[in-house]
Write a protein that binds this ligand. Structure first.
Ligand code: DC
Length: 518
């Protein structure tokens, strides 16, 4: 689902978009920050902000990351933290001119689509509903009188927050000064040729001048609820989406794109077909091809390598660490059409072998999700791609990995996630990395807990030479988001907690049944 919130400076877009993201469990994208960062980089590198070629080359070559920090996020431009630097008056003074350059908008628009592809997101900006996401399910155009907007900005600059204190006031001369600058910027943003600030024809207009933050959010939440209902109706009617579309890059279109909130008739519109994944080649496929394509489409030699690796690793591991995964038949049966998000405790490198090999022997694919740091070792990167594993960049919302995982699930492949992140050699409480329930939600897939014991004893803490020994693992009962009550955000959080509890319950039961195994 894509929610767009456009509007002029000071209309309250950022505050509203953040609040909606938190309320509805959506990713938040501040596109103004992207334009600000580009303007900052031009200033920093001595490029005139209106130098079209210079500004475009910065926009095309840069990297922009949003790193969550508490309730907000930090903006990292080409590896430099520019969170504060992009909010200075120097940047404010040039950002309109810089962001009006068509090639800059083009580069940023592509990035915005790539970030949003296949995710549930609220995108805030000027041209979200008109240019970048014309098919967004919910479009809002937020306005407020210039006076109300100037007062909010002035209060903000003085360190206050009108979202928390609606009656906060600021120094009148500063309000007037900001009012002038806002009027100028509005005029510029609305009259520029490329992507001028204007509401989309199908946007819902909300004037926030006399509304509290909660009142504005309630209106938008109602639109989102309506869009979700339309989406569920469409889903029930069996509107299946091909994997290729779900995984397609830079498309901006989510796989199971629901109908618009208020234009249900558009649900019948045929899905976009213009950006379908190219079939895999016999040779010369990129790593991303292996992550994005269903494993059934891998070229023959890759399938043979997979069979060989599974046979070799499966055989050797069974020889040295005789292992058993209880419940594999049932899981294979249950996941033939739609994969499951498999969640497991992590004690050793042997852990992923059990589900991958067991399900492969039953004709099902399991794609482990691994930390991208392993990609530095080329042989691992190569082998992991052949077994269908998907790298994930930790510490950031890795949208590509999310998209690949979602597409895999929809194609009937399961994904294997270790929320503990790294191998845990003792029973101390490890940090649980969330996110798996969101993937399950997007793919409408069940979450299956698995626990393993005995694998930690192979190479206990401080030892490096593996010791042979028996290993036991069990697949627990699946959980589905629809089994849980509450708001979407609550359900996602509860599901993650419940699944991890199940993993540890199964682990403890296995330990009781096999005394001495850890
Ligand atoms: O929302 P903001 O004040 O952070 O935006 C900074 C500038 O970027 C503003 O002058 C308009 C421009 N902008 C844009 O042209 N298109 C967007 N989608 C977002 C911002």
């Amino acid at each position: 689902m894509i929610v767009t919130i456009d509007g002029p400076a000071g209309s309250g877009k950022s505050t509203v978009a953040r609040a909606i993201a938190a309320r509805e469990g959506l990713t938040y994208l501040d596109t103004g920050a992207m334009y600000r960062a580009n303007a900052w980089a031009c200033l920093d590198r001595g490029i005139a902000p209106d130098d079209e070629a210079g500004a475009a080359s910065v926009a095309e070559a840069c990297t922009i990351e949003f790193v969550p920090e508490g309730e907000s996020q930090r903006v990292i431009f080409d590896g430099v933290d520019v969170t504060e630097a992009i909010r200075t008056p120097e940047v404010e003074a040039v950002v309109s001119v810089n962001s009006a350059i068509p090639a800059v908008r083009d580069a940023m628009g592509k990035r915005q689509k790539a970030i949003a592809a296949g995710t549930d997101i609220v995108c805030e900006g000027r041209d979200m509903g008109t240019v970048v996401f014309p098919d967004a399910e919910v479009k809002v155009f937020l306005t407020a009188s210039p006076e109300a907007r100037a007062r909010r900005r002035a209060v903000q600059r003085a360190g206050g927050d009108t979202a928390k204190d609606a009656t906060a006031t600021a120094d009148e001369s500063s309000v007037q000064e900001i009012l002038e600058s806002i009027k100028k910027r509005d005029e510029y943003d609305s009259s520029r040729e490329t992507a001028p600030l204007k509401p989309a024809d199908d946007a819902v207009m909300i004037d926030s001048s006399d509304l509290s933050l909660d009142e504005v959010c309630d209106k938008i939440s109602a639109l989102i609820a309506k869009a979700r209902e339309a989406s569920e109706r469409k889903h029930e009617q069996g509107d299946a989406v091909p994997l290729a579309e779900a995984a397609v890059e830079s498309d901006g279109a989510e796989g199971d794109k629901p109908a618009k909130a208020d234009v249900v008739a558009k649900a019948d519109k045929p899905a976009k077909k213009d950006k379908v994944l190219e079939p895999m080649k016999i040779v010369g496929n990129s790593y991303e091809d292996y992550y994005a394509h269903p494993m059934a489409d891998y070229p023959l030699h890759a399938k043979a390598t997979l069979g060989l690796l599974v046979g070799l690793v499966g055989g050797l591991s069974k020889l040295f660490f005789p292992w058993r995964l209880e419940g594999a038949d049932e899981l294979a049966e249950a996941t033939r059409d739609r994969g499951a998000v498999i969640v497991m405790n992590h004690t050793s490198m042997l852990d992923p072998v059990l589900p991958v090999v067991s399900l492969y022997m039953r004709g099902c694919h399991v794609r482990p999700i691994y930390k991208s740091e392993f990609d530095k070792i080329w042989i691992l990167k190569w082998a992991f791609a052949r077994i269908g594993a998907i790298p994930i960049k930790r510490g950031s919302a890795d949208m590509k990995a999310m998209r690949w995982a979602t597409a895999a699930l929809k194609a009937g492949e399961s994904i294997l996630i270790y929320p503990e992140g790294t191998r845990v050699k003792d029973d101390s409480e490890s940090e649980i990395h969330g996110g798996f329930a969101l993937i399950a939600q997007r793919a409408d897939a069940p979450v299956v807990p698995i626990a393993i014991v005995g694998a930690r004893d192979i190479t206990p803490r401080g030892k490096h030479i593996p010791r042979p020994g028996r290993v036991f693992a069990r697949i627990g009962e699946a959980l589905h988001l629809s089994d849980i009550e509450g708001s979407r955000k609550e359900r996602v959080a509860k599901l993650e907690k419940l699944v991890m509890e199940r993993v540890f319950q199964i682990r403890d039961a296995l330990r009781r049944e096999h005394p001495g195994k850890m």
